[in-house]
Design a protein around this ligand. Structure first.
Ligand SMILES: Cc1ncc(COP(=O)(O)O)c(C=O)c1O
Length: 379
């Protein structure tokens, strides 16, 4: 890898050869649009997209019509806000109580917070315990609960099933929205066990391509109008204009939620990424090694626990961006800044952190070399 040590898996994963080859083969030999034609090539693409949807459903213990392809976690959560705030299905977010948390990524919390202003929603915080885990022992009432299944700063799996159940005790109709962007890399997702209403993750973080996300919807028929309109999701329109009282009949889910051409190439690579991830989860012994070694250095302030999926820290008396520039210049790629998780940093009382995260491509030697460089920089 040109002497680069890539330790930023949590930002995006490198791609297994099987994903690259599948996409290249498709682009070279089988390319056509999906859901648009009946010729042999178009039908073959439809079959490939259906197979990818089925594989994805199996991956999270769902059924195919609960799987909607989006462009990523951010896109998915922004879309969920619009889908549920649709009065046609008898639900509106107006005056509702939305529970978010300080573990949230900007992508999960901001779409709800921004909307809350115009709809007079009340924002409440999910309590955190002493180790910064979501604490379900005394949840406030909520109509919508945004759950960070794993924070991209703290790297610990949250007990989503218990959180969903606890929120339902306070309000049986609560709508639960799970951000699984980090969780999906490390652990098996079982949406039946979680019993959440929505769940999102991004394909690029699990070794598939960019521009593709997965949005799970527990009851896709409950949400009558989608948030987007266009090709591929209409079964029939009678009449000529919208004012002409025409009758718009939509395709059933998931097509109803997939207006426009899908990121077909990325979708076709997705099953390869899932197969690869399931047998090559990141080796968290590398994170434990960093923790054990760097905790001996007094200038390194570690945020994460030894059993976390990432190693988050800062260096005393050194600006995190200076640290990032110095280590970057030595070929070590890690993430520095607020990680799009401002609230967690505010809670910790710091402006930014550095984060090391590993993937299937990282070796023990690479991590040891990165630790040598860190120690040398801050000597
Ligand atoms: C916890 C979490 N949620 C959401 C996102 C947003 O993902 P994307 O940028 O792929 O939409 C990220 C990305 O880093 C994340 O770590």
């Amino acid at each position: 890898m040109n002497n680069i040590i890539y330790l930023d898996a949590a930002a995006t994963s490198l791609k297994p050869e099987s994903v690259i080859k599948t996409e290249m083969d498709f682009l070279r030999h089988s390319y056509a649009n999906a859901g648009r034609g009946i010729c042999a090539r178009a039908s073959a693409v439809d079959n490939m997209v259906a197979a990818a949807r089925m594989r994805t459903a199996k991956f999270i213990n769902a059924v195919p019509n609960q799987i909607v392809f989006t462009s990523g976690t951010t896109d998915g959560i922004n879309r969920i806000v619009k889908i549920i705030n649709e009065s046609v299905c008898g639900y509106s977010l107006k005056n509702k109580t939305i529970m978010v948390s300080d573990l949230d990524h900007h992508s999960a919390r901001l779409p709800f917070e921004i909307l809350s202003k115009s709809l007079d929603c009340k924002i409440v915080l999910c309590p955190l315990d002493a180790e910064y885990n979501l604490d379900c022992s005394d949840l406030p009432y909520a109509d919508v609960f945004v759950i960070a299944a794993m924070s991209n700063v703290m790297g610990r799996a949250q007990d989503v099933a218990r959180l969903v159940a606890a929120a339902r005790k306070k309000n049986p109709d609560v709508i639960t929205v799970v951000d699984a962007a980090q969780y999906v890399v490390h652990d098996k997702i079982d949406v039946k066990k979680w019993d959440c209403d929505f769940m999102c993750f991004s394909a690029h973080k699990i070794g598939a391509d960019t521009g593709l996300g997965i949005m799970y919807i527990k009851n896709p028929d409950r949400w009558i109008l989608p948030d987007k309109f266009g090709g591929g999701m209409v079964s029939k329109i009678t009449g000529s204009t919208v004012t002409d009282n025409y009758n718009l009949q939509l395709e059933p889910a998931p097509a109803k939620f997939e207006a426009g051409t899908l990121p077909i190439t990325q979708i076709i690579g997705l099953p390869m990424a899932i197969d690869y991830l399931e047998s090559n989860r990141p080796n968290l012994e590398l994170i434990k090694y960093l923790h054990d070694r760097l905790s001996k250095n007094e200038r390194i302030k570690i945020i994460t626990s030894r059993d976390a999926t990432m190693f988050t820290f800062y260096v005393q008396d050194m600006h995190v961006l200076d640290f990032g520039a110095l280590i970057g210049a030595r070929g070590v790629c890690l993430r520095v800044g607020n990680m799009c998780a401002s609230w967690m940093h505010k809670l910790l009382g710091i402006n930014g952190t550095a984060r090391i995260s590993v993937g299937w491509w990282n070796s023990f030697d690479e991590v040891r070399c990165a630790a040598d460089i860190i120690e040398e920089i801050i000597k």
